[in-house]
Design a protein around this ligand. Sequence first.
Ligand SMILES: Cc1cc2nc3c(=O)[nH]c(=O)nc-3n(C[C@H](O)[C@H](O)[C@H](O)COP(=O)(O)O)c2cc1C
Length: 194
Amino acid sequence: MLVLVVYASKHGATGEIAERVAQTMAAAGQQAQARPVTAAGDLTGYDAFVVGSAVYMGHWQKEATEFVRRNCAVLAGRPVWLFSSGPLGTEPVDAQGRDLTVAAEPKELAEFTGAIHPRGHRVFFGVLDPGRLGLGERAIRKLPAGRALLPEGDFRDWAQIEAWARVIARDPALGIEGADGSARTADRQHDARL
Ligand SMILES: Cc1cc2nc3c(=O)[nH]c(=O)nc-3n(C[C@H](O)[C@H](O)[C@H](O)COP(=O)(O)O)c2cc1C
């Protein structure tokens, strides 16, 4: 089984999460490669997918959304997991008391859930490095509300990210070697039906 971890990342934080997911899966015995969505290439050689994007203004990055829409048929027929990288800060809830990982769910999630039935979606805290921001982003941070919403720092929880990658690597849909060496592979059963 070969898993493609594809991502859209504006300033690099989401790409590093995707790389860590692929490395952790590989360390757990599951072949995985990480690539930007723009360099995903031919998908036919992959058995499963992890698709991730940074969240900006409540939305996945355009190229990630387009990747899912363009490859909807392939993704719907394979095990898929989604992740979003977004919330910033050390607080788990926002000023209204809402769980930040729920508040940061991208607007596209309902569409993706209906179209490709992902086996899971996770929101991971992200990074804000003022030195990497563009002019428009800096202008937003100069507003009082913007500064409060966009604190500087690296808030990624690597232990949480790695734990999620290990859960995926062990998912029965990717085939688990049984004690007798037999592979239980939902996807092979799926392929056999085609
Ligand atoms: C202008 C701006 C808008 C943002 N909007 C959101 C948002 O709506 N929701 C969210 O959870 N994070 C938001 N973020 C935080 C980013 O998603 C976070 O910094 C992420 O880790 C960036 O990933 P990247 O480095 O891969 O681009 C925003 C950041 C900036 C600079």
